[in-house]
Design a protein around this ligand. Structure first.
Ligand code: ZN
Length: 196
């Protein structure tokens, strides 16, 4: 089927528009949006009531070259990224970095231009509101990533208001659970050996 004529779901339209906004040459110097910032914004959008059909869950994932962490990822969102790619509306690139492993970058294909131009205004404006500062209403609310502390937040360039995005689950919770598990397992084995 011609990618121009496919009927997309509301969520797929929201996702395509979000990616087009993030890779728009007029607003943004980057041609590709990397998967981690995209996941952060998808998670943020779900928490704001967008992507109605999406859910999220902490998934152990290789994270910005810092080993594995529990990151809140939307399975439905990942599926739609794959679907949009298969439909020829998104293209991907593997970007290498000196500091991190390979990461995937996304951008809309030229074939997506017709789909994007025909998007309903409500879909565009609901995604646009993500970038409006809740404090001063300026469209200057953008994602900031602090890699060192694995923290993600939206920050207003105009008034400096910021809002946390809890994409990465606190490490101490999963760590203490794991440590307790291995401790009891070790104890059990020692008892077993003593009985021999
Ligand atoms: Zn502001």
């Amino acid at each position: 089927m011609n990618p121009e004529d496919v009927e997309l779901t509301i969520e797929q339209k929201e996702l395509l528009y979000l990616i087009s906004r993030l890779t728009d040459h007029h607003n943004c110097p980057d041609t590709w949006v990397k998967e981690t910032p995209l996941q952060a914004l998808m998670f943020h959008a779900i928490r704001k009531g967008l992507f109605n059909d999406y859910d999220y869950a902490p998934i152990s994932s290789s994270f910005l070259g810092q080993g594995r962490k529990f990151v809140n990822i939307s399975k439905e969102g990942e599926d739609d990224l794959g679907d949009l790619r298969e439909l020829g509306l998104l293209e991907t690139i593997r970007l290498s970095s000196t500091k991190y492993d390979y990461i995937t970058g996304y951008r809309p294909t030229t074939e997506s231009a017709k789909q994007l131009s025909e998007l309903p205004n409500e879909i565009k404006s609901s995604i646009d509101t993500l970038f409006d500062c809740p404090e001063c209403n300026e469209p200057a609310f953008n994602l900031v990533i602090d890699v060192g502390s694995s923290s993600f937040f939206m920050k207003c360039k105009s008034c400096s208001y910021n809002e946390d995005i809890p994409l990465v689950e606190p490490e101490d919770v999963s760590y203490s659970t794991k440590a307790y598990f291995f401790k009891s397992l070790g104890k059990h084995r020692t008892i077993g050996e003593d009985n021999k």
